[in-house]
Design a protein around this ligand. Structure first.
Ligand SMILES: NC(=O)c1ccc[n+]([C@@H]2O[C@H](COP(=O)([O-])OP(=O)(O)OC[C@H]3O[C@@H](n4cnc5c(N)ncnc54)[C@H](O)[C@@H]3O)[C@@H](O)[C@H]2O)c1
Length: 341
Protein backbone atom coordinates (compact mmCIF):
# COMPACT_ATOMS: atom_id res chain seq x y z
CA UNK A 1 0.00 0.00 0.00
CA UNK A 2 1.36 3.43 -0.95
CA UNK A 3 0.62 6.05 1.71
CA UNK A 4 0.06 9.36 -0.05
CA UNK A 5 0.03 12.87 1.40
CA UNK A 6 -1.15 16.15 -0.10
CA UNK A 7 0.24 19.61 0.71
CA UNK A 8 -2.17 22.37 -0.27
CA UNK A 9 -5.89 21.69 -0.01
CA UNK A 10 -7.05 24.32 -2.49
CA UNK A 11 -8.82 24.24 -5.85
CA UNK A 12 -7.23 21.14 -7.37
CA UNK A 13 -6.65 19.07 -4.22
CA UNK A 14 -10.06 17.39 -4.48
CA UNK A 15 -9.19 16.05 -7.95
CA UNK A 16 -6.03 14.47 -6.57
CA UNK A 17 -7.79 13.05 -3.53
CA UNK A 18 -10.63 11.53 -5.58
CA UNK A 19 -8.05 10.01 -7.93
CA UNK A 20 -6.19 8.39 -5.04
CA UNK A 21 -9.42 6.80 -3.85
CA UNK A 22 -9.77 4.98 -7.20
CA UNK A 23 -6.35 3.31 -7.09
CA UNK A 24 -6.39 0.06 -5.21
CA UNK A 25 -2.87 0.16 -3.76
CA UNK A 26 -2.98 3.85 -2.78
CA UNK A 27 -4.27 5.31 0.46
CA UNK A 28 -4.69 9.04 0.98
CA UNK A 29 -3.14 9.09 4.45
CA UNK A 30 -2.75 12.80 5.25
CA UNK A 31 -3.56 16.28 3.98
CA UNK A 32 -1.78 19.45 5.03
CA UNK A 33 -2.93 23.04 4.61
CA UNK A 34 -2.22 26.22 6.54
CA UNK A 35 -5.99 26.51 6.84
CA UNK A 36 -7.21 23.56 8.94
CA UNK A 37 -10.74 23.74 7.49
CA UNK A 38 -9.38 23.34 3.95
CA UNK A 39 -7.29 20.34 4.98
CA UNK A 40 -10.33 18.78 6.63
CA UNK A 41 -12.57 19.29 3.60
CA UNK A 42 -10.13 17.36 1.40
CA UNK A 43 -9.15 14.75 3.99
CA UNK A 44 -12.43 13.86 5.66
CA UNK A 45 -14.23 12.05 2.78
CA UNK A 46 -11.31 9.61 2.69
CA UNK A 47 -10.56 9.35 6.41
CA UNK A 48 -7.12 10.96 6.04
CA UNK A 49 -5.47 12.76 8.93
CA UNK A 50 -4.84 16.51 8.73
CA UNK A 51 -1.89 18.78 9.41
CA UNK A 52 -1.11 22.49 9.21
CA UNK A 53 2.67 21.94 9.11
CA UNK A 54 3.99 19.83 6.26
CA UNK A 55 7.22 18.98 8.09
CA UNK A 56 5.15 17.54 10.94
CA UNK A 57 3.19 15.54 8.36
CA UNK A 58 6.43 14.23 6.83
CA UNK A 59 7.71 13.27 10.28
CA UNK A 60 4.56 11.61 11.63
CA UNK A 61 2.24 10.34 8.87
CA UNK A 62 4.40 7.47 7.59
CA UNK A 63 4.09 8.62 3.97
CA UNK A 64 5.67 7.08 0.88
CA UNK A 65 4.83 9.91 -1.51
CA UNK A 66 3.40 13.42 -1.52
CA UNK A 67 1.55 15.69 -3.94
CA UNK A 68 2.69 19.32 -3.77
CA UNK A 69 -0.26 21.49 -4.62
CA UNK A 70 0.65 24.94 -3.33
CA UNK A 71 1.59 28.42 -4.66
CA UNK A 72 4.32 28.13 -7.29
CA UNK A 73 7.25 29.65 -5.40
CA UNK A 74 6.71 27.19 -2.52
CA UNK A 75 7.18 24.12 -4.72
CA UNK A 76 10.97 24.28 -4.28
CA UNK A 77 11.13 24.16 -0.47
CA UNK A 78 8.47 21.45 -0.29
CA UNK A 79 10.18 19.24 -2.87
CA UNK A 80 13.56 19.65 -1.17
CA UNK A 81 12.02 18.70 2.18
CA UNK A 82 10.20 15.72 0.64
CA UNK A 83 13.44 14.49 -0.90
CA UNK A 84 15.18 14.86 2.47
CA UNK A 85 12.48 12.70 4.03
CA UNK A 86 12.80 10.06 1.28
CA UNK A 87 9.36 10.79 -0.20
CA UNK A 88 8.51 10.51 -3.91
CA UNK A 89 6.92 13.70 -5.21
CA UNK A 90 4.26 14.70 -7.71
CA UNK A 91 4.38 18.50 -8.04
CA UNK A 92 1.67 20.58 -9.61
CA UNK A 93 2.55 22.72 -12.62
CA UNK A 94 4.37 25.01 -13.13
CA UNK A 95 7.34 23.08 -11.75
CA UNK A 96 8.84 26.22 -10.14
CA UNK A 97 9.25 29.92 -10.77
CA UNK A 98 12.88 29.85 -11.93
CA UNK A 99 14.94 27.42 -13.97
CA UNK A 100 17.52 27.34 -11.16
CA UNK A 101 14.80 26.12 -8.77
CA UNK A 102 13.81 23.41 -11.27
CA UNK A 103 17.43 22.26 -11.38
CA UNK A 104 17.70 22.18 -7.58
CA UNK A 105 14.55 20.07 -7.38
CA UNK A 106 15.82 17.62 -10.01
CA UNK A 107 19.20 17.34 -8.32
CA UNK A 108 17.79 16.89 -4.80
CA UNK A 109 15.40 14.13 -5.87
CA UNK A 110 18.09 12.38 -7.91
CA UNK A 111 20.54 12.51 -4.97
CA UNK A 112 17.89 11.23 -2.55
CA UNK A 113 16.84 8.43 -4.93
CA UNK A 114 13.20 9.55 -5.01
CA UNK A 115 10.99 10.09 -8.06
CA UNK A 116 10.05 13.59 -9.15
CA UNK A 117 7.10 13.96 -11.51
CA UNK A 118 5.40 17.21 -12.52
CA UNK A 119 1.65 17.36 -12.99
CA UNK A 120 1.53 18.32 -16.66
CA UNK A 121 -2.18 17.47 -16.81
CA UNK A 122 -2.58 18.22 -20.53
CA UNK A 123 -0.83 14.93 -21.33
CA UNK A 124 -3.63 13.03 -19.57
CA UNK A 125 -6.84 14.84 -20.58
CA UNK A 126 -9.02 12.56 -22.72
CA UNK A 127 -9.56 15.06 -25.56
CA UNK A 128 -5.80 15.70 -25.79
CA UNK A 129 -5.07 11.96 -25.76
CA UNK A 130 -7.55 11.57 -28.64
CA UNK A 131 -5.70 14.26 -30.64
CA UNK A 132 -2.34 12.65 -29.93
CA UNK A 133 -3.71 9.27 -31.09
CA UNK A 134 -4.70 10.80 -34.42
CA UNK A 135 -1.26 12.38 -34.83
CA UNK A 136 0.47 9.12 -33.93
CA UNK A 137 -1.72 7.21 -36.40
CA UNK A 138 -0.03 9.17 -39.20
CA UNK A 139 -3.07 9.70 -41.47
CA UNK A 140 -2.66 13.51 -41.33
CA UNK A 141 1.07 13.51 -41.99
CA UNK A 142 3.46 15.92 -40.31
CA UNK A 143 2.39 18.74 -38.00
CA UNK A 144 3.04 22.06 -39.74
CA UNK A 145 1.74 24.64 -37.29
CA UNK A 146 -0.35 24.99 -34.14
CA UNK A 147 -2.62 27.74 -32.88
CA UNK A 148 -3.41 27.56 -29.17
CA UNK A 149 -5.91 30.03 -27.74
CA UNK A 150 -7.14 30.02 -24.17
CA UNK A 151 -9.17 32.51 -22.19
CA UNK A 152 -8.88 33.07 -18.46
CA UNK A 153 -9.74 35.73 -15.91
CA UNK A 154 -7.09 37.72 -14.07
CA UNK A 155 -9.34 40.51 -12.85
CA UNK A 156 -8.75 41.30 -9.15
CA UNK A 157 -10.69 38.99 -6.86
CA UNK A 158 -11.19 36.24 -9.43
CA UNK A 159 -8.67 33.89 -7.79
CA UNK A 160 -6.61 33.61 -4.57
CA UNK A 161 -4.39 36.65 -3.93
CA UNK A 162 -1.07 34.80 -4.38
CA UNK A 163 -1.78 34.37 -8.13
CA UNK A 164 -1.31 38.17 -8.41
CA UNK A 165 2.06 38.15 -6.65
CA UNK A 166 4.99 37.87 -9.01
CA UNK A 167 7.17 36.58 -6.15
CA UNK A 168 4.72 33.80 -5.26
CA UNK A 169 3.29 32.90 -8.68
CA UNK A 170 6.36 33.64 -10.85
CA UNK A 171 4.18 35.58 -13.28
CA UNK A 172 0.56 35.86 -14.29
CA UNK A 173 -1.66 34.41 -16.99
CA UNK A 174 1.21 33.12 -19.13
CA UNK A 175 2.94 31.33 -16.25
CA UNK A 176 -0.30 29.79 -15.01
CA UNK A 177 -2.54 29.27 -18.04
CA UNK A 178 -0.03 29.77 -20.86
CA UNK A 179 1.98 26.96 -19.29
CA UNK A 180 -0.87 24.56 -20.13
CA UNK A 181 -0.86 25.79 -23.74
CA UNK A 182 2.91 25.35 -24.00
CA UNK A 183 2.68 21.91 -22.39
CA UNK A 184 0.29 20.56 -25.02
CA UNK A 185 1.53 22.51 -28.02
CA UNK A 186 5.17 21.52 -27.54
CA UNK A 187 3.99 17.93 -27.04
CA UNK A 188 1.82 17.95 -30.19
CA UNK A 189 4.47 19.89 -32.10
CA UNK A 190 7.03 17.23 -31.32
CA UNK A 191 10.14 19.25 -30.42
CA UNK A 192 11.44 21.79 -27.88
CA UNK A 193 11.36 25.51 -28.56
CA UNK A 194 14.17 27.00 -30.61
CA UNK A 195 13.14 30.66 -30.74
CA UNK A 196 10.29 32.89 -29.69
CA UNK A 197 8.85 36.34 -29.51
CA UNK A 198 6.21 37.51 -27.08
CA UNK A 199 4.00 40.32 -25.95
CA UNK A 200 2.52 40.65 -22.45
CA UNK A 201 0.01 43.09 -20.99
CA UNK A 202 -1.08 44.06 -17.50
CA UNK A 203 -4.70 45.16 -17.34
CA UNK A 204 -7.19 45.74 -14.50
CA UNK A 205 -4.45 47.32 -12.36
CA UNK A 206 -2.96 43.97 -11.32
CA UNK A 207 0.82 43.55 -10.97
CA UNK A 208 1.20 40.44 -13.18
CA UNK A 209 0.38 39.96 -16.85
CA UNK A 210 -3.28 39.37 -17.52
CA UNK A 211 -2.87 38.69 -21.25
CA UNK A 212 -0.07 37.49 -23.46
CA UNK A 213 0.88 36.13 -26.86
CA UNK A 214 3.88 33.98 -27.69
CA UNK A 215 5.02 33.13 -31.19
CA UNK A 216 7.35 30.12 -31.14
CA UNK A 217 9.38 28.10 -33.58
CA UNK A 218 10.15 24.56 -32.47
CA UNK A 219 13.45 22.89 -33.31
CA UNK A 220 11.73 20.84 -36.02
CA UNK A 221 10.45 24.00 -37.73
CA UNK A 222 6.85 23.74 -36.47
CA UNK A 223 5.37 27.16 -35.71
CA UNK A 224 3.24 27.57 -32.57
CA UNK A 225 1.13 30.55 -31.62
CA UNK A 226 -0.09 30.77 -28.01
CA UNK A 227 -2.56 33.46 -26.99
CA UNK A 228 -4.02 33.85 -23.47
CA UNK A 229 -6.66 36.52 -22.88
CA UNK A 230 -8.41 37.57 -19.66
CA UNK A 231 -12.11 38.30 -19.47
CA UNK A 232 -12.77 37.68 -23.18
CA UNK A 233 -16.24 37.77 -24.73
CA UNK A 234 -16.37 34.01 -25.06
CA UNK A 235 -14.78 31.25 -22.96
CA UNK A 236 -12.39 29.39 -25.22
CA UNK A 237 -9.77 26.70 -24.75
CA UNK A 238 -8.83 25.41 -28.18
CA UNK A 239 -5.79 23.96 -29.86
CA UNK A 240 -5.86 23.84 -33.64
CA UNK A 241 -3.24 21.58 -35.15
CA UNK A 242 -2.55 22.04 -38.86
CA UNK A 243 -1.01 18.97 -40.50
CA UNK A 244 -0.02 18.12 -44.06
CA UNK A 245 -3.27 16.28 -44.83
CA UNK A 246 -5.80 17.81 -42.45
CA UNK A 247 -6.44 19.63 -39.19
CA UNK A 248 -7.38 18.67 -35.64
CA UNK A 249 -9.23 20.93 -33.23
CA UNK A 250 -9.22 19.99 -29.60
CA UNK A 251 -11.17 21.57 -26.76
CA UNK A 252 -12.64 20.44 -23.43
CA UNK A 253 -15.88 22.17 -24.48
CA UNK A 254 -16.38 20.77 -27.99
CA UNK A 255 -14.16 17.68 -27.93
CA UNK A 256 -11.69 16.59 -30.57
CA UNK A 257 -12.55 16.91 -34.25
CA UNK A 258 -10.56 15.89 -37.30
CA UNK A 259 -11.00 17.55 -40.67
CA UNK A 260 -9.55 16.02 -43.82
CA UNK A 261 -10.61 15.86 -47.46
CA UNK A 262 -13.54 18.20 -46.81
CA UNK A 263 -15.04 15.99 -44.11
CA UNK A 264 -15.16 16.49 -40.34
CA UNK A 265 -15.38 13.65 -37.84
CA UNK A 266 -15.48 13.68 -34.05
CA UNK A 267 -12.93 11.48 -32.33
CA UNK A 268 -13.73 12.61 -28.77
CA UNK A 269 -17.06 13.82 -27.39
CA UNK A 270 -16.51 15.79 -24.17
CA UNK A 271 -17.76 14.20 -20.97
CA UNK A 272 -18.36 15.94 -17.61
CA UNK A 273 -15.83 13.63 -15.94
CA UNK A 274 -12.97 14.33 -18.40
CA UNK A 275 -10.99 16.56 -16.03
CA UNK A 276 -11.27 14.13 -13.13
CA UNK A 277 -10.26 11.33 -15.50
CA UNK A 278 -7.17 13.30 -16.49
CA UNK A 279 -6.12 13.66 -12.84
CA UNK A 280 -6.75 9.95 -12.30
CA UNK A 281 -4.61 8.94 -15.31
CA UNK A 282 -1.88 11.32 -14.12
CA UNK A 283 -1.83 9.73 -10.65
CA UNK A 284 -1.83 6.22 -12.14
CA UNK A 285 1.22 7.25 -14.16
CA UNK A 286 2.93 8.58 -11.00
CA UNK A 287 2.23 5.36 -9.08
CA UNK A 288 3.70 3.33 -11.97
CA UNK A 289 6.85 5.45 -11.67
CA UNK A 290 7.11 4.45 -8.00
CA UNK A 291 7.05 0.82 -9.23
CA UNK A 292 10.03 1.52 -11.51
CA UNK A 293 8.19 2.82 -14.59
CA UNK A 294 9.14 5.82 -16.73
CA UNK A 295 6.93 8.91 -16.34
CA UNK A 296 4.86 9.85 -19.35
CA UNK A 297 6.13 13.44 -19.04
CA UNK A 298 9.80 14.06 -18.30
CA UNK A 299 10.97 16.63 -15.76
CA UNK A 300 12.99 18.11 -18.63
CA UNK A 301 9.74 18.88 -20.48
CA UNK A 302 8.28 20.53 -17.34
CA UNK A 303 11.50 22.50 -16.80
CA UNK A 304 11.45 23.57 -20.46
CA UNK A 305 7.97 25.06 -20.02
CA UNK A 306 9.19 27.23 -17.13
CA UNK A 307 12.19 28.21 -19.23
CA UNK A 308 9.99 29.17 -22.20
CA UNK A 309 7.59 31.25 -20.10
CA UNK A 310 10.51 33.13 -18.54
CA UNK A 311 12.08 33.63 -21.98
CA UNK A 312 8.73 35.02 -23.16
CA UNK A 313 8.81 37.59 -20.35
CA UNK A 314 12.31 38.55 -21.41
CA UNK A 315 11.33 38.84 -25.07
CA UNK A 316 8.26 40.89 -24.18
CA UNK A 317 10.31 43.15 -21.91
CA UNK A 318 12.95 43.85 -24.53
CA UNK A 319 10.60 43.83 -27.56
CA UNK A 320 13.06 41.49 -29.19
CA UNK A 321 12.93 37.86 -30.40
CA UNK A 322 14.97 35.28 -28.49
CA UNK A 323 16.82 32.15 -29.45
CA UNK A 324 16.94 29.45 -26.78
CA UNK A 325 20.37 27.87 -26.61
CA UNK A 326 20.83 24.12 -26.09
CA UNK A 327 21.36 24.78 -22.36
CA UNK A 328 18.17 26.79 -22.32
CA UNK A 329 19.88 30.17 -22.11
CA UNK A 330 17.64 32.73 -23.76
CA UNK A 331 19.76 34.99 -25.92
CA UNK A 332 18.42 38.07 -27.60
CA UNK A 333 18.93 37.99 -31.33
CA UNK A 334 20.01 41.61 -31.12
CA UNK A 335 17.26 42.69 -33.48
CA UNK A 336 14.45 44.92 -32.37
CA UNK A 337 11.00 44.02 -33.58
CA UNK A 338 10.85 46.64 -36.29
CA UNK A 339 14.01 45.25 -37.86
CA UNK A 340 12.87 41.66 -38.00
CA UNK A 341 12.27 40.78 -41.65
N1 LIG B 1 -3.45 20.87 -13.18
C1 LIG B 1 -4.36 21.83 -13.21
O1 LIG B 1 -5.25 21.85 -14.07
C2 LIG B 1 -4.33 22.89 -12.18
C3 LIG B 1 -5.45 23.68 -11.93
C4 LIG B 1 -5.38 24.66 -10.93
C5 LIG B 1 -4.20 24.83 -10.22
N2 LIG B 1 -3.11 24.07 -10.50
C6 LIG B 1 -1.84 24.25 -9.78
O2 LIG B 1 -2.01 23.69 -8.47
C7 LIG B 1 -1.27 24.45 -7.54
C8 LIG B 1 -2.22 24.98 -6.48
O3 LIG B 1 -3.19 25.81 -7.11
P1 LIG B 1 -4.65 25.99 -6.51
O4 LIG B 1 -5.48 26.61 -7.58
O5 LIG B 1 -5.11 24.73 -5.87
O6 LIG B 1 -4.33 27.11 -5.40
P2 LIG B 1 -5.19 27.43 -4.10
O7 LIG B 1 -4.77 28.78 -3.67
O8 LIG B 1 -6.63 27.15 -4.31
O9 LIG B 1 -4.64 26.34 -3.07
C9 LIG B 1 -3.35 26.40 -2.54
C10 LIG B 1 -3.42 25.94 -1.10
O10 LIG B 1 -2.10 25.86 -0.57
C11 LIG B 1 -2.19 26.22 0.79
N3 LIG B 1 -0.87 26.59 1.27
C12 LIG B 1 -0.16 27.70 0.99
N4 LIG B 1 1.04 27.67 1.64
C13 LIG B 1 1.06 26.52 2.34
C14 LIG B 1 2.00 25.92 3.22
N5 LIG B 1 3.17 26.51 3.52
N6 LIG B 1 1.69 24.73 3.78
C15 LIG B 1 0.51 24.14 3.52
N7 LIG B 1 -0.42 24.65 2.69
C16 LIG B 1 -0.15 25.83 2.12
C17 LIG B 1 -3.19 27.38 0.81
O11 LIG B 1 -3.72 27.58 2.10
C18 LIG B 1 -4.21 26.90 -0.21
O12 LIG B 1 -5.30 26.22 0.40
C19 LIG B 1 -0.56 25.53 -8.35
O13 LIG B 1 0.71 25.05 -8.72
C20 LIG B 1 -1.45 25.69 -9.56
O14 LIG B 1 -0.83 26.24 -10.71
C21 LIG B 1 -3.16 23.10 -11.44
Amino acid sequence: MIRLGIIGAGAVAHFHAASAARIINVELAAVCDLRPESATSVASPWGASTYTDYLAMFGEAGLDAVIVNTPHALHLEMVLAAAEHGLHVLVEKPMATTVADCDRMIEACRDAGVSLVIGQIQHFLPEKLAAQDVLAGGELGRVLMIRDYRTTDYRPGTRPAWFFSEAMAGGGALMNIGGHCLDRSIWFGGAPVESLNASTHKRFGVPVETDGAISLTLRNGVHVSVVVVSDATQRTDEVLIVCEHGTISCSPHSGTLVRSNGTTRTVWEPLPEDIQEGFFLQLVDFIKVLDGGTPKVSVEHARHIVEVVLASYKAAGTCSPLVLGPSGDATNTGRVLSEVP
